[in-house]
Design a protein around this ligand. Structure first.
Ligand code: BGC
Length: 285
């Protein structure tokens, strides 16, 4: 008797690439995509079949290298230098994207920075810089994307949603962070902006969600992982016992951008190795 299993070719290698092209034909913009998490996300979206705009503000060569890597997947990509905290530069960036790609389906608002200082020494410049890039930058980009999603509506052949926005937040939207009040405040703000916007545009089938990474090996936090002492100290905060890699976040972003997460609306996906589980309580309390 022939069973179903007998007729199925043995799957000893990865499934055919087409199965991974969950974002085929979609147009994505990733801000801060020349390094770290943004770079990982931009590459993964391209690998999943999306055409990608690689936004950056410093480092032409790094941005061009990300574009070159994305092009190897047979999709389109180009780099666009723009400061996400500038209303005019953001408008111009979206205008060019519409010229080049016709529209936008996926926005990953990732650009962010830290300017740390003890509270009593924090300058207004440091405060404003972090809030304007991390929070206002996400507002400006989301506003342009929402305008286009509302104008265009759903294209069923592309996606069951009229558009997807992924806000890159942080565990520090929940965990207070001494010495980083500007950064934690910006991430707390992202949470509430994301949820308010998600509630507002969900009836138009626009999905807005966030990813909250924990400690990920990127240039923003080299001091937290570069030496053995720092890494060991960091691990006391990570129950899963390893640092995150940009690919950990990138895989979450592909899922949130795809129809596989079609009923996921206004949520924050924590990708943090358990950092938000109060690891200090594993032995205390
Ligand atoms: C920060 C990193 C930090 C991590 C965990 C991130 O949002 O940018 O510097 O290592 O949170 O604390």
């Amino acid at each position: 008797m022939t069973t179903e299993t007998d007729q199925t070719p043995a799957m000893t290698t990865a499934p055919p690439v087409a199965l991974h092209k969950v974002l085929a034909g979609q147009k994505a913009l990733v801000t801060g995509a020349n390094s770290g998490i943004g770079k990982g996300v931009a590459i993964a979206l391209g690998q999943a079949g999306a055409d990608v705009v690689v936004n950056y503000v410093d480092g032409d060569d790094a941005a061009n290298a990300v574009v070159a890597e994305i092009l190897t997947f047979g999709v389109k990509a180009y780099a666009h230098k723009a400061d996400v905290s500038s209303e005019a530069e953001v408008a111009a960036m979206f205008g060019k994207m519409f010229d080049q790609f016709g529209t936008i389906d996926i926005l990953v608002s990732n650009a962010g920075l830290q300017r740390d200082a003890p509270f009593q020494e924090m300058t207004l410049d440091k405060w404003n810089k972090v809030l304007s890039v991390n929070l206002t930058g996400q507002f400006l980009c989301a506003r342009e994307a929402v305008r286009e999603f509302l104008r265009r509506g759903i294209v069923p052949a592309t996606s069951s949603a009229a558009g997807k926005i992924i806000c890159m937040s942080s565990v520090h939207q929940e965990i207070p962070w001494a010495g980083h009040a500007n950064y934690a405040t910006s991430k707390g703000g992202i949470r509430m902006m994301m949820e308010s916007l998600a509630q507002e545009v969900a009836p138009h089938r626009i999905r807005v969600n966030a990813i909250a990474p924990g400690a990920v090996r990127t240039p923003i936090n080299t001091s937290a992982w570069q030496t053995k002492e720092a890494y060991d100290q960091l691990m006391t905060l990570v129950p899963y016992g390893r640092i995150g890699e940009p690919e950990d976040i990138a895989r979450a972003a592909v899922w949130l951008a795809s129809d596989h997460s079609d009923y996921v609306v206004g949520t924050t996906l924590f990708v943090d190795g358990g950092m938000t589980l109060y690891p200090g309580f594993a032995t205390g309390g």
